[in-house]
Design a protein around this ligand. Structure first.
Ligand code: SF4
Length: 227
């Protein structure tokens, strides 16, 4: 079977014609005005359609196969998704720009994004980081969520709004910024070490029980905060 272009998603085939969509990395959904203009120019050059995605990114759709590599080169940006088996994206609310925020979660969100961008996982994994319990990016529906509250951060695991919806479990709360970061690390490390390939975090938790998951993750977390 002929492989399609790299870092591009095959779209619905119409009249035998294949077109592709590409989605560059836009950390936290923040993009500089000039970069946004540049993206629009590249989309225009290759007759692409621009789509704002639910994952706080901007996709260029409708590209011909032979234009995909050229479009990536012109964009000069990294792909948003490196593999189906990786951290897909870290979604963030505007936090410090929002009058309701209880924590300035953007700094923490960017730290998590930088650390986990493209990090390999047993199945695609979404992380959400928000400044208050309103959870504007639907953080509770993410595999891992960090949620600002009056007394610190809460971290939830196993949320999903996908094919098999699942409500998350709260692993801890009242965490400092640094503790919340290490909790995400601990969850990631345990999940990637113990789950089988193809297992979503929520399914893995259900398989071993949340009590066992929490107990084991807490041990890793305690070691991390001792360092
Ligand atoms: S989650 Fe809270 S802090 Fe973030 S945008 Fe929504 S209301 Fe504002």
């Amino acid at each position: 079977m002929m492989k399609g272009p790299q870092y591009a998603v095959l779209q619905k085939i119409r009249d035998g014609k294949k077109t592709y969509g590409i989605t560059p990395r836009i950390s936290g959904g923040f993009i500089k005005p000039d970069q946004l203009i540049h993206m629009a120019e590249v989309a225009k050059k290759y007759k692409g359609v621009i789509k704002i995605t639910s994952g706080q990114r901007i996709a260029i759709l409708g590209l011909e196969a032979e234009d995909v590599d050229k479009a990536w080169k012109d964009l000069g940006m990294e792909p948003g998704v490196l593999s189906a088996y990786s951290v897909k994206n870290v979604e963030m609310c505007p936090a410090s720009f929002c009058k309701r925020s209880k924590q300035n979660s953007l700094k923490l969100g960017m730290r998590i994004e930088k650390r986990f961008y493209g990090a390999p996982t047993p199945n695609r994994t979404k992380i959400g980081v928000v400044g208050c319990r309103n959870s504007c990016t639907s953080a509770y529906a993410k595999d891992i969520a960090v949620i600002g509250d009056i007394e610190g951060y809460r971290v939830t695991v196993g949320g999903s709004a996908g094919f098999h919806p699942r409500l998350p479990d709260m692993i801890d709360e009242k965490l400092s910024e640094d503790e919340a970061y290490h909790m995400v690390e601990a969850v990631y490390e345990y999940y990637t070490k113990e789950a089988e390939m193809g297992e979503k975090l929520g399914h893995f938790i259900d398989k071993i029980s949340f009590e066992k998951f929490k107990e084991d993750v807490m041990k890793i977390f305690q070691e991390k905060i001792k360092e």
